[in-house]
Design a protein around this ligand. Sequence first.
Ligand SMILES: [Fe+2]
Length: 295
Amino acid sequence: MAVFVTGDTHGPEKIGWHSVDGFIPRLNVRNFPEQRELTKDDLLIICGDFGGVWDTNRERFAESSQEKYSLDWLEDKPFTTLFVPGNHENYDRLTGCRNEALLAGWMYRKMPEEEKEKLRRGYPRELWRGGFTRVIRPSVRMLEPGVFDLDGQKCFVYGGAASHDIADGILDPVNFAEETDFQKAYRKMVDSGCQFRVRGTSWWDQEMPGPEEEKQAETALEAAGYHVDFVFTHAAPLSCHAALGYSHAGRVNRFLEDIRLRLSYRHWFFAHLHSNSNLPGGKDHLIYEQILRIC
Ligand SMILES: [Fe+2]
């Protein structure tokens, strides 16, 4: 079995947001020729900002035609894709919408209750190789915080990060009684050149893991004796984040640093910063477009 790792695969920016299908240019045979020799037993791990589940359908719990095409394309590949969630993911669809005010408001007015129930649940949750996953396709899975046994390699996984492209804030549909009011405010922010995102459409609260996810991670690490082979995260531990010259650190960076100081590991791969860099010491790696074979 072979294991490969790569960084963010979400698509190009579109009016400051992100589109689906960025993994098609990354993972085609020309860029990733090793796949000619692979089978579904071989793994590709994406360190966050997968981007394949992005669009908000206001009437049904369903993939858009572009998403369906892209995810089917990935499912047809001769390897299994695992992704750590990043900050730019549609968490409401991936892991279930918890925002009842949003579900009750104008945005989901046309969605039948049975479809809202599906949206509350997200993709099917399944225990797989030691940790919980969300099954997007039989061989395309999102990894929740935990320690996974990938062919004898113990791998700690922890997704999430703080978005930095929201300098002018988050526009919340819940604050508007009708869509027309929301659209006026939205247009005003666009015309003013604001850098913002919309809750439930291009930004989700769940991008920042909280105490529940931290507990899930700690429980798994305790069971593993704080000893793993590999670590895959979207955000960087605080010291790595700072060493790379970034100052906007948050709760996730601090939590990961706390873990890093107690954890024995061979290599730690993180993404989010859209660059490639090996940190001094040779164990910590910022990864973006590269596709590295790690075992
Ligand atoms: Fe990204």
